[in-house]
Design a protein around this ligand. Structure first.
Ligand code: IVH
Length: 678
């Protein structure tokens, strides 16, 4: 197949997969295969840009930088909706509708009220032309580059679309993605996002669209304008949008009466917590477009639509005490321990109370009666203190001055809300947190170790810093054990290091030594040095010595590295303990320079290999290196996308059986040699 034909075929295949995944929510290939195909298309487009489709799915990865968002006039005002909060108010709305229409001959659509931010998207001749935020309703910001990164929003419509089309809808971030982003921010010691809606709104206003692409925004369209003058009813217009390939939520229901609407509301009020995204109510619209036109608008809202807002569940409880947790970066987080209370189906025993300012502003005291809500329905938070119930002898909360873990005096850097324990190399949770971060999936990726095992290793004194992991021996580990009690279920779990576990741990640690420099740098856990920053620093400085010796000015001159990161890097390398730690890691063979890859050949391009057993011509590491040097990829375990299993002596029977079952081709080292021979 020619490059042009291959690009065409991959483009249309990937567009279809995007549609299956994001619009129909029925993917037909694995994420991994999807990513592989995407990478293949990206490489082909780079090599043959003249054949690239301007609306290629690869464009969803962003890259455009917007300095200032242009303000754009809306074609018609983007209105908000009137709110109702109970059944009576809803019935009042229905009575008004019935009066305006004059009778009962009307239907409603009931649809979910997505809790995100509104967007208007214009298509010209089927191609995504412009995306505009709601702004003040009359004009909004042009956020086209950012919206183009959202995979569910097609760059090209399908079917018989009109030449000019505007659709409106809501963009949001899924709950799981929100939690993940906050976990990542907590790991980096950054302040947390309050809820998915704010996160989505903040994301859409980022200037670097490749950053936007990393945050998984999604959306549903709920309104279609300018459809060649045909007066499609609302429900039909949703169907039509679906046919254009636009994302439209499937839960929408056509209702013959307000009672049907009420049923829809009560159903979703209960089930909303099972959705992967947040909704804050239900939107009710008169279905007929003609009837909508007859009814018109007030100065603020359409008369033919109404939103019903779910109540956020709030409970009253009592603060038993306030405890303090120390994180990996030394940040001290206060937690209010509460009398257990049921909230949205879960028992809440704790609430986040953020920092010292929050405590003093709310004047939260031990013994207080407080109201808790689920912030963004995920993290319980204290929203109010009932001061009328306060005991006369209650005392204002004093934020602790001394680290609860290592007794060192806490510091509060100027301009920061957070108290920190400065004892980064001697405070147990900071040390354990650093080791956990070090072995994490995006760092050294030692999946055979986890929080529990790290705890055992730390308690036993065997691993007090990440570099100690590389000195562990079989005899050190065998037989170690510890019982861990789950605080919520009170169940006991015994972690014990048996033969197989020990082997896996040692193997995982050994394999991690081949992680590239940028990952090792990320794994060190320098504050503000996340995955992306680590890559930028690694590729700029090429090796750790250059980075360690770089002064503030030089660090600051690296593209996209600002003052805060530069200072943090300097203070990390200013500590002798950290320098000594790096020396230890060097001795253990970790990689501290960027490998300038010079491939011997491309003979193994796009092929993935699992190497297993003992070989006579090469060592295992040599074999793996040969695979990479010839453009192939090493993977650690067999899956259906593995191309070859290179079999040595003493390979485990389980691997062989799995390869046979999946039909993976098995070759020995001689066959492998001939694959790369001239
Ligand atoms: S219809 C003229 N439908 O709620 C009708 N809005 O409180 C315009 N929203 O600004 C809106 N889900 O951002 C409509 N299914 C839905 C919605 C929805 C969420 C948002 C929208 C609107 C706000 C009004």
């Amino acid at each position: 197949m020619s490059a042009e034909a291959k690009i065409k075929a991959l483009t249309s295949e990937l567009k279809e997969h995007n549609y299956n995944y994001y619009v129909l929510a029925q993917p037909t290939i694995s994420d991994r295969d999807f990513d592989r195909k995407m990478k293949e298309l990206e490489l082909l487009e780079q090599a043959y840009p003249m054949y690239a489709d301007p609306n290629s799915p690869t464009k969803h990865v962003g890259g455009e930088i917007t300095k200032n968002f242009n303000s754009v006039e809306h074609s018609t005002r983007m209105l908000s909706l009137g709110n109702t909060y109970n059944k009576d108010e809803l019935i009042d709305f229905d009575n008004r509708v019935s009066k305006l229409i004059g009778g009962n001959n009307y239907q409603y659509t009931a649809e979910l009220k997505f809790d995100g931010l509104a967007i208007a998207i214009r298509y010209k001749n089927g191609v995504l032309h412009q995306a505009i935020t709601r702004g003040d309703g009359s004009k909004g910001d042009d956020v086209t580059a950012n919206v183009k990164t959202i995979r569910s929003i097609p760059h090209q419509l399908t079917g018989e679309y009109p030449s000019d089309l505007e659709v409106r809808g809501e963009l949001f971030i899924h709950k799981a993605a929100f939690i993940k982003m906050n976990e990542e921010r907590a790991r980096l010691g950054e302040s947390l996002y309050a809820n998915p809606r704010n996160t989505a709104a903040g994301t859409l206003k980022l200037q670097d669209s490749s950053e936007v692409a990393k945050r998984p925004l999604d959306g549903f369209m709920y309104q279609m304008l300018e459809h060649g003058g045909t007066n499609l009813d609302h429900y039909q217009s949703l169907e039509v949008m679906k046919n254009y390939g636009l994302p439209v939520d499937e839960s929408t229901q056509l209702c013959d009466s307000i009672n049907d609407v009420w049923e829809f509301i009560t159903y979703w009020d209960q089930k909303r917590h099972n959705l992967s995204f947040e909704i804050d109510g239900v939107v009710i619209k008169v279905n007929s477009r003609l009837q909508q036109e007859e009814m018109g608008f007030t100065s603020k809202f359409p008369r033919w639509a109404m939103s019903y807002k779910f109540e956020t569940e709030r409970q009253s409880t009592r603060v038993i005490n306030i405890t303090y947790q120390v994180g990996r970066t030394g940040a001290v987080t206060p937690v209010a321990n509460l009398d257990p209370v049921q909230l949205l189906g879960t028992t809440v025993k704790r609430a986040s109370i953020h920092n010292a300012d929050f405590i003093s502003e709310m004047d939260i005291r031990v013994g207080d009666s407080v109201f808790v809500e689920k912030g963004g329905e995920i993290i319980p938070k204290i929203v109010d203190v009932d001061k009328s119930k306060r005991e006369p002898n209650s005392i204002p909360t004093q934020f602790i001055q001394i680290c609860p873990e290592c007794s060192i005096e806490l510091e509060r850097p100027e301009g920061e809300a957070v108290f920190r324990c400065p004892n980064s190399t001697g405070c147990p949770p900071q040390i354990k947190g650093k080791i956990e971060h070090f072995i994490g999936r995006k760092a050294m990726d030692v999946s055979s170790l986890g929080e529990g095992k790290i705890d055992v290793l730390y308690q036993s004194g065997l691993v007090l810093r990440p570099s100690d992991l590389f000195a562990l021996t079989y005899d050190d580990l065998l037989g170690l054990s510890k019982s861990i009690i789950n605080e919520t279920t009170a169940e006991e779990r015994i972690i014990s290091f048996k033969e197989k576990t020990v082997q896996n741990i040692l193997e995982g640690i050994q394999t991690s030594k081949s992680q590239p420099f940028e990952r090792v740098l990320f794994a060190l856990g320098i504050r503000f040095v996340g995955e992306t920053v680590a890559k930028k620093l690694a590729f700029y400085f090429k090796n750790i010595n250059a980075l360690m010796e770089a002064d503030l000015e030089e660090l600051n001159s690296v593209p996209e590295i600002g003052e805060v990161i530069a200072k943090s890097v300097r203070s990390y390398f200013a500590l002798d303990e950290n320098r000594a730690e790096i020396e230890q890691m060097k001795l253990h063979g970790l990689i501290f320079n960027v490998k300038e890859k010079e491939l011997s050949s491309n003979k193994l391009e796009n092929l993935s290999f699992v190497v297993s057993g003992v070989f006579s011509l090469f060592s295992r590491n040599e074999l793996k290196k040969l695979i990479e040097d010839n453009g192939g990829k090493n993977v650690s375990s067999i899956s259906k996308s593995t191309d070859f299993l290179v079999v040595g002596d003493k390979m485990g029977p389980a691997k062989k059986e799995k390869a046979e079952k999946l039909g993976i081709k098995m070759i020995d080292e001689n066959e492998f040699s001939s694959m790369i021979a001239e």
